[in-house]
Design a protein around this ligand. Structure first.
Ligand SMILES: [Zn+2]
Length: 126
C-alpha cells in the first residue's frame, strides 16, 4: 500500500507532466515503485525532463517522455525500456512477481492471487 513517502514521490512524478498533459499515472499501485525508481534514474540525467503519458498497455508499463531533439539524454531509452521490461514481471496490483494474464482480450501482468481475484487467467508459461 502507498505510504506517505510513496505519495510524495508520486507527486514528484506527476509534477513532470508537461503543461496541457493530463497529469494522471494510469497504473495500479504494484508498479508505483517501478515508476519512482525510473523517475529518479532519469532525473539524474536530466532533472527537467517532462512527461507526456504514463499508462498500462497490453499488460506492460508505457512511459512516454516529451521528445526534445535539442537535448540529447544518453541512457534515457535504455532506462525506460528496462523499467517497461520490469513491469512485465511485476504484478500491477501488489508489486510481487507477476506474469501476463488475460481476461478475454484484456491483458494484465498479475501474480497468481490477483489474477484469480479478478478473473484473469495466467497465460501458459513459456
Ligand atoms: Zn499481486
Amino acid at each position: 500500500m502507498a505510504d506517505d513517502l510513496t505519495d510524495d514521490a508520486l507527486a514528484g512524478v506527476r509534477a513532470r507532466f508537461f503543461p496541457g498533459a493530463y497529469p494522471t499515472l494510469d497504473i495500479r499501485p504494484g508498479w508505483y515503485s517501478i515508476v519512482i525508481d525510473l523517475d529518479q534514474a532519469l532525473a539524474a540525467i536530466d532533472p527537467d525532463y517532462q512527461l507526456v503519458q504514463v499508462k498500462e498497455k497490453f499488460g506492460g508499463l508505457r512511459y512516454y517522455i516529451e521528445f526534445e531533439p535539442d537535448r540529447p539524454r544518453p541512457g534515457f531509452d535504455d532506462l525506460i525500456r528496462a523499467a517497461e521490461q520490469r513491469s512485465e514481471r511485476t504484478c500491477e496490483e501488489c508489486g510481487s512477481d507477476g506474469a501476463l494474464a488475460h481476461r478475454g482480450s484484456w491483458a494484465r501482468t498479475l501474480c497468481a492471487a490477483d489474477a484469480a481475484a479478478s478473473g484473469f487467467v495466467p497465460d501458459a508459461s513459456e
